[in-house]
Every structure is written in structure tokens, then in C-alpha cells.
Design a protein. Sequence first.
Length: 848
Amino acid sequence: MRRRAVVAGYIRFVPEANSTSPVPAPAGATHPLAIGPVGAPEATVDGFVAQYLRNLNFDRGVTLSASTANDRFYALAYTVRDYLVARWLEGVRRYRASDRKAVCYLSAEYLLGRQLDNNLLASGLSDIAAEALAQCGVDIEELRAQEVEPGLGNGGLGRLAACFIDSLATMSVPNVGYGIRYEYGIFRQTFEDGRQVEQPDSWLELGSPWEFPHPEAAQTISFGGSTEKYDDGGVTRSRWVPAWSVQAVPYNYMVPGYQNGRVNTLRLWSSRANHAFDLSVFNAGDYVEAVRAQTFAENISKVLYPEDSTAQGKELRLQQQYFFVAASIRDFIDVVLPEDFDLTRLPERAIFQLNDTHPVIGVPELMRILVDEKKMEWDAAWAVTQQCFAYTCHTLLPEALEVWPIDLLGRLLPRHLEIIYRINEEFLLAVRERFGDDEARIRDMSIISPDGAVRMAFLATVAGSKVNGVAELHSQLLREKVLPAFDEFFPGKFTNVTNGVTPRRFVRLANPELSALITEAIGDGWLTDLERLRELEPFADDADFRTAFGEMKAANKRRLAATLQARDGLTIADDHMLDVMVKRLHEYKRQMLKLLHIVTAYDRIVSGEVEASSVPGRTFVFGAKAAPGYDMAKRIIHLINAVGSVVNDDPRVEGRLKVLFPPNYNVTLAERIIPAADLSEQISLAGKEASGTGNMKFALNGALTVGTDDGANVEIRELVGDDNFFLFGMSEPEVEALWARGYTPAEFAEKDAGLGRALDLIGSGAFSGGDASVFAPIVSNLMNDDRFMVLADYTSYIAAQDRVDDAYTDTAAWQRSAVLNVARSGFFSSDRSMRDYIDRIWHTEPLG
Ligand code: 26W
């Protein structure tokens, strides 16, 4: 209390506190402070308190006693920011003074999650901030809850980008993450009568304390129009005469490394009306049209497309892609690189990593800049371009591979289409030289498809210095099944980099109890060298350690229970196994298989096959958003909720089975759910999940996996060992063989009585108040045209789940396996992924 009084007194003497505030901008660059930051506030509790209150007073314009929780959160965020900014500015200055190569990560999505705790941890200020706020009588928990997470991504690909930039900063590798500042991120999901309803995610409603807008540094991005040839001193050249343009306004975000004094930059672009354009319409006398054009321009960065697996071919999406990629490439060349930089040497300074096909329009854009604007010869420009790009593919589903109809592309980016034609022409010429006039091969490899669309994955493959998949199996299938002709034509171009996740966010921050246990056992080196978790292996046989591990899980379950209670009014039983399936809702991921297991477990009880009292308690937790236009996925969401209502309320179950489906699964909720999980469901049809990254987060937090041999599950199982992983289902070659033979679902439904009953229950209306029509389409789909062969893996899945139940009864053995999962999952750090990209693709070096 006395401390508070002192603090309150302090507020009254604000002028005194102003002593370290920045000096006014110097007239010339002669003042010593002109080239560098003025220095961070003192990293002490007193220094933090002073800066915090200063921010509350001067940035929020309130006193502590008159502040709202949002004011107090903002002031805290600003304070953390103040400490980081000095490092950031210094790093930018040092990078510019160096001639290091930078990784320009081009990604349409960054699923960042909340920033406060991450930035506190990175800057080493967590304890100081906690103490400082306590002295001010401010509840830090309340402030944490104020932060709105920027949901600027759909799922795995966006979260991966966020993990990668965290790792690059931690490894001191120069990196700019480039992307789009969507005004509306991934929709907020609610349920009405069990059905998904989408609400806009207006994450910027109260502003964001982490962004630095730079409207003065806006770039002009053009669209439409036509191309023309002109004579340039005897040389015929082409140029683009665009019809309209918008402004791309950069917003900078700090990406701090973990306690290494490095801060990299994430630069997201926001669209704004172009005044030059407005003026032309204005001069034509149409004021209203000019204003309408302004809102039109602002539409480009308005909303994230919520489809995560089906390319829709929408014009606005192509606009978004070109908008951010053109702004980013221009930014790097014109702003980051020194003036008059010789662009033939661009590959020494930049590698543009294409996060899936979304930024691939950057390839013709760089060619256009080099050839049309910088007047470089085509071949020289192509040589530069090929060295400057590399492409990561994140899918195997054909419907997720982007193609752009040539009429659409030609209308929006006519010069780019010409350039793509020429790239294709020269490429196909080279193919003919190698293989002769093999027309079938030419057709298969043409960047322009027979039906007149640009195949962006082909363009990326032809242009990229390297092409990588995201897990061993995925990279193999990419080479053998998706792009075999390209693999043959470009030996050595294809490689694998298995995905990873950042241990700072997904272990240290999400699971402080486990982190403390690990650090106590093996020291804290694991946070930046995750392979050191191996040193935990002996502790798997240490009964005391296992007990502590069990207590950690129990504590995390209580924490999750409190969160779900407050957030959604849901309750979790203390003594249940927590069985979790969290990921986007998609048929290939097979949430339906999980549901069939739940319905079977329920049916076994209500049919009297087993005594409820003998059933081990399990809580099934789902988290999943469905793309708004994906009807089957939405129906499955409805069914999960419907099964939950029936199972949870049926007294015959005696509470042994519970189904929980908190709405709006996001990074913040993941950070609560994953550390509490006992069992991780990774049950996609083999050959469909490129990698998965949730699977890694669960293993690192000591959950055991029940999974198919798919994506990175394969590597997880190899590392943790068969005894510590519940494998089931067909392998990828078995899937292929069954599909080739002809998949007849009815056969499987007839062979397994449990499956037949589960399907009957769903199809007969047992979960829809007797109305069979509600879920019959799901059953009909499973029985007739299910590409993902849910029924074929049912029997094997149920057998695996019975093994899970057995294993869980032996607590010591289960915990031993769980500890071994942690100890052997160090490979899945995104630091290791980054090392692989650096060694095999980027050839960059840290900035010491
Ligand atoms: C054009 C529509 C569209 C939008 C997004 C198609 C595809 C995507 C992404 C590539 C979907 C995605 O997030 N893929 C996931 O990427 C993760 C990171 O590599 C992998 O772990 C997942 O297996 C993969 O599904």
C-alpha cells in the first residue's frame, strides 16, 4: 500500500519523469543522437514503473486512477515496446551498414497470436514488469486479457510464418517478413443451435499498440490497363500503361529475438486510395465517383480470405497478392538496399521465400522491374530472378493449387501475363531441347494449362532456385506424384525442410510449469537449442520427475478448465483423460473419424455392451473453424455439437464421456489447450496432410499421439518410438492401392458391426431429435463419395483407441511415454527448420 502511495505521488510530479524523453529531431545529422536511438529506459523495476506511468499519462492521457483496463494494457504494451525499439533501430542501422543477405519472407498470412507475453519474454522483462505492475497495484492478468490477437491467417501456413520469423530473430538472421495488414482477420466463430456462424473479426477496433504506421512511405501499386511497345534508342521495349493504382501503406511490427538483443521487422501493407487517381476522376467532375474509388482501393486489404484449401480464383484475391508482393519487392529494392544498388547483384542481398503460391506473382513482377524499368537484358534478368526466389509448397490437395485464368490475369496485370508467356515459352523450348517434341510432356509441364489458366505452382517451380515440401513424406510425394516431370527436368531443385514450431511460445509461454520442470532438470539451454531436451530422457525413469510431470498436466488442466469456464461456461472433470483434436475443419483431416469413435464409445455404453462405471473417463475437446462456403465441413461442426449435447446429457453415460467444442479456436486458446492435453489426434488420411504443426506442439508438451503415417507424424513416430505413439490406419501406398482397386465403403460398414451401428445412430436422427434428414447427408457422403476413406480406417482406429484406454490406466507407463515424447521432440523446433532453410536454400548468415 505504501508503495502505491509513492507511485501515486509520482504521477503528480510528471515533469520530473520526463528527463529521458527523446530530444527533438536534430536539424542536421550532426547531433550524436541523430544516427541512433536515444537509449532504452532503465531495465529495473523503478525504471519500468516510471516509463509505464509516463506512457499512461502522456500516450493515453490518463492518470492511473482514472484509467480503464484497456488504457493500462496499452501503457504496458508501449512500455515493453519502448525497451525493444532502441534495439530495433540499432539493428536496422547495423544491417544497413552491412552487406548481408536478408531473407524476405513473402507470406499472405501471419497468425501471430498475442504479443505481450512474447515481447516481455524476449526482452527479459517478464519479472520486472510483473513486479512493477504489482507496485502500481495493477493486475497483469486483467491486462493480458485485453489484448486482441491479430488473426491474420487461416491455420498452419500462417502460424508457421509466425514461428519462422520468431526463429530468425532469435538466430540473428536478417529478415523482413512481408505480408498484408488485413483489417479483418480470420472470422470469429460462434455457434447458434450448434451451427457455425461467422462474425467479422474487427481486431483493430481499439487500435494495435504494436504497430508503427508509415503513411509517408506509401508505395504506389498499379493495376489494369494495357502494354505498349516503344523504341528506346533503337531497341524495342515493352512497357505497362496501367489504368488505376492504390497506395500501399507500410505498418511495421517488431519481431524480437529471444533475449539476444535482436529485433527484426514484420512489414504489413494496408491499402489506401491513391490521390493522383482520385484527382483524375475528380477533374472529370465526378466527386462522388472519386470518393467511391477511395473505398474501392481500401477494399484490397480489407479481409483475409477464409478458405484454407480451395483456390477460389477470385479477382480481389489476386489483387491482394499482387498488392503486397509488388509493394514488398519495391520496398526491399528502393528502401532497404542502398540507392543505385547494382541489381545484377540482388541475389547477394536478398532471397524472396514464397510461402506457398500466394506470392508467386512476384516472379513476373521482379522480371518486369529488371527488364522494363532497369532495362536489363531478359537472360540476365532471368538469371537474377531465378536466384532470388525459392518456393515452399504446403499442400498435396489438387484443389488447393492456385491457378489464375489468363483473361483475369491479363485484365488485371497485362504486362505480367506477357512476361509469364515468355517465361513459359523459353522453358518449354528447353524442355523440347532435352526431350524432343514430346507433346504430352509439353502439355503436362506448360505453365499455362490446356484450359487457359496460369498454374502458379509450375511458375514457382520453374522460377525458384529451390522447391521444398514441409515434411519428408510430403516432399517425397511432391516430387513423385505432383511435380514428377519437374523433378526430372531440374535435378537437385527439390528438397525437404520439415516444419517446426517455436519453443518460446509453445513451450515456455504456453506451459510455464513444464518449462520450469525442464529447466530444473537440464538447465535453460533448451530454449534456443531444443535438441538438448534429449537430456531429459533419463528422467522418464525417475518416479519423482514423473510425479511432478503428472502434477504439471493436472495444473494445466485446471488452468484450461478455468479458461473454458470463464470463456464459454464449459466444465472439465478433473480425472478425465483429455483427448484433443484442434485444427481447421476439413474432410481430409477426418474429424468424422473422431466422431465415429465417440459415437461408438457412447453406443457401447447405452447398448449395455459395457458398464458405464468401467469406462475410463475421457473428455474430447474439439477446436475447428470451417470455411464459410464449405457446406460439408459446417455440417460436421453441427454434428460434433449435436453429439456433444446428447452424450453430455445422457445419464446412462454417468459422466464418463464428455464432448467439448469451445467456439473460435485461435492461437490464444491453443496456448491453453495444448499444454493440458493427454492425447493428440492426428488422424488425416495418409498422403493428405502436408506436415501438420499442431502435432509437434502436442508432442513437445507431453501428449501422446494417436495418428496415421502422414505428414510429420511419420517423423514424430520415428523419433519418439513406436512404443510411445499409437499408430493406426493405412499407409500412403495402401491408400493408393485401395483407391486404385476401388473403394467401396459399404464393405467396411458391413464388416464392422460397431461401425454399422455408429452410422445408423447418426443417420437415423439420434443426434437430431429424431429428424434423420439433418445428418443423413454426412452418412451418405461417407457411404458414397468420400475421397478420404474414413470408413476404411475405422476398425484400425477403434483398436488404437482401445489400446489408448488400456495404456492410460498405467499412469507410470503413460507418463514415462509422455516424458519421452518431450525429450525426443527437440527436432521440431522452428530454429532447426530455419537452420535447414539457411543451409540448403538461403545461404545466409547471422548478423553477429
Ligand atoms: C488458395 C486457398 C488456400 C489457402 C491456404 C490454399 C492453401 C492454403 C494453405 C497452404 C493451407 C495451409 O495452411 N496448409 C498447411 O500448411 C502447414 C504448414 O506447412 C502444414 O503443416 C499443413 O499440413 C498444411 O495443411
